[in-house]
Write a protein that binds this ligand. Structure first.
Ligand code: SF4
Length: 326
């Protein structure tokens, strides 16, 4: 909208929207009344409508939001009470086209991309709930961020902007299931944002059996892209690895994983499988997971064995879906 307004007005509007988080142009008190009216004539506030909330304050909480076209998405607030930090896990699409076997989000395909406004809106809603901006934001909800690259990057820049939510770049994590062209593009962004890659298997055969994306961008190609990313950015990738009983959880497979990850510095997040009705895999026994963890640690790979936070609420990794909570 070209209206011959001075440039500082844009900064003021940005601050009202993302810094002060108002929800009407009337509240933008330092704008002249005619400009407020003009804005109201040309733009609308698409607040996300909260249909359902589960979990209680101080614990993992899941939100079902309705978008302006009635589509549904989920967002999760994950507190770490001991560190007094909150992480918000946000969605980037309605549905997902990648159909990983263990993930509820991708079972019905993708419906549409979210706009940058809808992505940032999830964090703003979380900020309202928390009474302040969250400490960390992870793009690990519904959808593949690199399948909606431009809107995701725009939202990252808004979240990170000092006049916006001012969330540090290192506090934002973009997670991909292995979309190689996205990783290559991301390497060129010059941002300090964290990259996480969902690997979930120690070899091509197992990965292809649970992640159809491996047919398009096989693991060999993915690991080359990750090595190039690490070299270009000097940043360390976190690999997500969901442990599934008798599929990818043996010590031999942990050793195979070590060989795969030896070529560049990285971190590994081991995630116990959270049940979804469409997948009959099971979570391994605690000792099995410990043995897997120890094998990676012994090989000096920085590894975390995660709690499956939010599993009871169906708010854990792979459990989000675009429908009402059952
Ligand atoms: S794990 Fe991620 S990429 Fe795979 S289906 Fe679920 S949302 Fe899509």
């Amino acid at each position: 909208m070209q209206q011959g307004q001075p440039a500082f007005r844009a900064k003021q509007i940005f601050d009202w929207l993302y810094g002060k988080r108002v929800s009407s142009f009337d509240e933008m008190k330092n704008l002249p009344v005619p400009l407020r009216a003009l804005l109201a004539d040309h733009f609308v506030f698409h607040d996300l409508e909260t249909l359902e909330t589960s979990g209680s304050m101080g614990e993992t909480r899941k939100f079902l939001f309705q978008l302006s076209d009635q589509e549904l998405i989920e967002t999760v607030i994950i507190p770490a009470p001991r560190r007094k930090k909150n992480t918000v896990c946000i969605s980037g699409q309605v549905g997902c086209r990648f159909g990983c076997a263990f993930c509820a989000s991708g079972q019905k395909g993708v419906v549409r991309n979210l706009t940058a406004g809808e992505i940032v809106g999830q964090v703003m809603e979380a900020a309202k709930e928390l009474g302040g901006r969250p400490d960390n934001v992870v793009f690990m909800g519904i959808g593949e961020p690199f399948d909606n690259y431009d809107a995701v990057m725009k939202s990252v820049r808004i979240l990170n902007h000092p006049d916006g939510l001012n969330i540090g770049a290192r506090k934002i994590t973009v997670s991909t299931c292995g979309v190689v062209p996205g990783i290559e593009r991301f390497a060129e962004e010059g941002l300090q944002v964290e990259l996480s890659v969902s690997l979930h298997a120690p070899n091509e055969q197992i990965r292809s059996s649970i992640m159809p994306v491996n047919e398009t961008w096989p693991m060999a190609e993915l690991m080359d892209a990750c090595a190039a990313y690490t070299e270009k950015t000097n940043r360390i990738i976190t690999f997500e690895y969901t442990l599934i009983k008798d599929l990818n959880d043996s010590v031999e497979q942990a050793r195979e994983l070590v060989q795969l990850l030896r070529r560049f510095p990285c971190r590994v997040n081991l995630i116990p499988l959270s049940p979804v009705e469409e997948f009959d895999g099971e979570c391994p026994e605690t000792e099995t997971m410990q043995a897997f963890f120890q094998t990676l640690e012994n090989a000096h790979i920085n590894t975390t064995l995660r709690d499956s936070k939010g599993s009871k609420l169906k708010a854990a990794c792979g459990q989000l879906r675009s429908r009402r909570i059952d």
